[in-house]
Design a protein around this ligand. Structure first.
Ligand code: ATP
Length: 354
């Protein structure tokens, strides 16, 4: 187990500034995820922690040891890449045993450890097979067994599930969570998939063009995004450009199109704002201390266990998500509709240059 701290990490590749001063604190035994769109700097951050690349500025700490200039092997961290490349000519046993053989452990001990690791990923009995004789998910599990068998201080997983189909991804992410809990190791996970990040992580850092915009538990990030980028990146959400037209302490009135929303919480400086409303927080029935938006139905989309009603308010499309068809009744496109939203569920954030 290890605690990792990144202190003001800057990484330049020629003129490209891939990381613009990253500060992160990853605690002992937590599953910490770097989440963000392609090119935001997730892999670069991971490689700098692994010791596969070095920062232009800043420091990397493992506990109270400054590891900034240590090589990868001196750090005791193991990185599993998205293309988990097993050695095709080696059996599963030899693939997993590889790191232990390099360390010249006695044969008996290697056997015991390999069996332990294969048990953990539920692949006992597959020792004599070759990688091509396994499914994608099984190969991925071998890659994880190969990483944990050397008992790393830190396990780094870079989009480890991206080559798997949807069902296997779900299975494997629960497996990774289980293994991490069982071993109590610190895991740093990289993904661009917000749902995967939410499901698997203790905490998430949301990254955007070389910076960390917010760090928090999945719930904090989803329910209390601090920036427009974080709000819009975390799942389907309504982000409506608006203007602050009146202020009274930390309460404001905002306007978009011909709609005027009063008494909302906002403490930002800019009057150019966005209103953020999660679709599942919009009701088709009146709510307490809420606002009402009157518009027309544009579309009704049926997803099985929930239904989305897309309303048109002027030219602004707003999605409401409701569970069960009873609330929706006979609503059809072009019909008038009222969306009800509790004031507490409306977030006003400064408009960002995205
Ligand atoms: P993805 O999800 O697509 O893997 P990422 O968030 O992991 O993206 P990085 O691979 O860390 O992003 O890249 C961050 C930025 O740094 C990108 O703009 C990328 O083009 C640039 N970059 C990364 N590696 C190099 C390199 N070796 N030389 C030049 N530029 C690089």
């Amino acid at each position: 187990m290890v605690e990792v701290r990144l202190e003001n990490i800057v990484k330049k590749f020629g003129d490209t500034v891939a990381l613009k001063g990253i500060n992160l604190h990853i605690k002992h035994g937590e599953l910490f995820t770097l989440l963000g769109p392609s090119g935001c700097g997730k892999s670069t951050t991971l490689r700098i922690i692994a010791g596969l690349d070095y920062p232009t500025e800043g420091k990397v700490w493992f506990g109270d040891q400054d590891v900034t200039n240590l090589s990868s092997s001196e750090r005791g961290a193991v990185l599993v890449f998205q293309n988990y490349a097993l050695w095709p000519h080696m059996t599963i046993f030899d693939n997993v045993a590889y790191g232990l053989k390099l360390r010249k452990l006695p044969k008996e001990e290697i056997k015991k450890k390999v069996e332990w690791a294969l048990d953990l990923v539920k692949l006992r009995g597959f020792e004599d097979r070759y990688p091509t004789q396994l499914s994608g998910g099984q190969q991925q599990r071998v890659a994880i067994a190969r990483a944990i068998v050397v008992e790393p201080k830190l396990l780094l997983l870079d989009e480890p599930l991206s080559n798997l189909d949807a069902k296997l991804r779900l299975e494997m992410r629960s497996e990774i969570r289980r293994i991490q809990r069982e071993l109590g190791i610190t895991v740093l996970y990289v993904t661009h998939d917000q749902e995967e990040a939410m499901a698997i992580s203790d905490r998430i850092a949301v990254m955007n063009v070389g910076t960390v915009e917010q760090v928090g538990t999945p719930r904090e990030i989803y329910e209390h995004p601090r920036t427009e980028f974080v709000a819009s990146f975390m799942g389907k959400t309504n982000v409506i450009p608006a203007k602050v037209v009146e202020r009274n302490g930390d309460r404001v009135t905002v306007e978009f199109e011909s709609f005027r929303l009063e008494n909302l919480h906002y403490t930002g400086e800019s009057d150019n704002v966005v209103i953020v409303i999660r679709p599942e927080r919009i009701s088709l029935q009146p709510v307490e201390d809420g606002i009402t938006l009157e518009g027309t139905v544009d579309l009704v989309e049926y997803y099985g266990f929930f239904i989305e009603v897309i309303g048109l308010f002027g030219e602004t499309r707003i999605i409401a998500r409701t569970i069960g068809s009873r609330d929706v009744g006979n609503i059809k496109p072009t019909m008038p509709v009222k969306f009800y939203i509790r004031r507490d569920d409306i977030l006003v954030l400064p408009k960002q240059q995205l």
